[in-house]
Design a protein around this ligand. Structure first.
Ligand SMILES: NC(=O)c1ccc[n+]([C@@H]2O[C@H](COP(=O)([O-])OP(=O)(O)OC[C@H]3O[C@@H](n4cnc5c(N)ncnc54)[C@H](OP(=O)(O)O)[C@@H]3O)[C@@H](O)[C@H]2O)c1
Length: 300
């Protein structure tokens, strides 16, 4: 039976990484933070720290020797760095790899074709290939949009400016999860490597529509003065395809036109059908708990 004790976490001070780090420590793992050479991040004293050069196989192999697992919570802009990290993990004899996914289901047949997910899909394909050729195993964690972070930064809707978009009318439901639950899912994968190996795992705190989310926010901040727009995910999707075909596509446009259909459109697998919550002890929120959670995340 595989037992995982030592975990290397790449991107341990990021939006997600910091919370994953906290949950890994709470679950009793010995964590080594991989940080870029020259990065100014500081870490808790019970965390080992290794500065790495993500462009050097030797640097990564040296950092990963003796580790049981690698968790990557690397920034969206640097996802391609995981190719060498995966190669290094296999070479260093690491048992398990969790790539920097943590969003919509890029194993979904249709969603995987969205231009903005190309790097995530390429990384996952390379991880599968490496796993087939070596002893490395993998798990991809899918959680939909971050609920707390998405409200805080105005990504799901903009509370400060009171703007909300209702793609396709805003009634399709999507899975959404807080950073803390995602951290628990990562720790849960590493506690259950056999049950979770070589597949995607799916978690959610709730499945809601954009209209339900907006209603919950309005109960907290008031319903007056909102600017509401109805958009078409089909048009957004087409716009993304056109942008991606250009010689120098605008990465911001490609990203946004990928996220909107993937989260709010119908037929993109945005409400997960099968959940792994029970395996990780993640309880879904009741309507009342969801309302209370939204109230605590909305910027005041
Ligand atoms: N579902 C959602 O709503 C949602 C929202 C946001 C993000 N995500 C996903 O979650 C994952 C983590 O995203 P995040 O927002 O937490 O990441 P982030 O905060 O932007 O960055 C995480 C860390 O990546 C490390 N890093 C390594 N190479 C880098 C480079 N070349 N440039 C910049 N940073 C680099 C940095 O750590 P060091 O300085 O220590 O090296 C940084 O702190 C990504 O896969 C992202 O797509 C999902």
């Amino acid at each position: 039976m595989t037992t995982i004790t030592k975990v290397a976490l790449a991107g341990a001070k990021g939006n997600l990484g910091e919370v994953v780090l906290d949950q890994l420590l709470k679950a009793g793992f010995q964590v080594t933070a991989l940080t870029r050479q020259g990065s100014s991040q500081t870490f808790p004293s019970n965390v080992s720290v290794k500065a790495v050069d993500y462009s050097s196989l030797d640097s990564l192999v040296n950092a990963l020797r003796g580790q049981d697992a690698v968790v990557a919570t690397i920034a969206s802009a640097a996802l391609g760095q995981q190719l060498l990290l995966i190669e290094a993990a296999a070479k260093a004899g690491v048992k398990h790899f969790i790539p920097s996914e943590f969003g919509c289901d890029t194993l979904h047949e249709r969603t995987s074709t969205l231009p903005g997910y190309k790097t995530k899909v390429d990384v996952l394909e390379y991880l599968k290939k490496t796993a087939a050729e070596t002893g490395l195993t993998w798990t991809a964690v899918f959680n939909g949009p971050f609920l707390d972070w998405g409200l805080k930064v105005g990504f799901l809707l903009n509370v400060k400016e009171r703007t909300v978009e209702y793609p396709d009318g805003g009634n399709n439901k999507f899975s959404t999860t807080t950073l803390e639950s995602i951290g628990k899912a990562v720790a849960g994968v590493l506690k259950n490597p056999e049950q979770t190996k070589n597949r995607g795992v799916y978690v959610q705190d709730a499945a809601v529509s954009q209209r339900q989310l907006a209603e919950a926010v309005k109960k907290v901040v008031g319903a007056d003065g909102w600017k509401e727009t109805i958009t078409s995910t089909q048009e957004i999707y087409q716009q993304g395809l056109e942008e991606a075909k250009k010689a120098n596509p605008n990465p911001g446009i490609v990203f946004v036109t990928t996220l909107k259909p993937a989260i709010w459109g119908e037929g993109w697998g945005s409400q997960f059908e099968k959940l792994d919550n029970d395996l990780f002890g993640i309880k879904q929120l009741s309507d009342e708990e969801f309302q209370a959670a939204v109230a605590s995340y909305v910027p005041k």
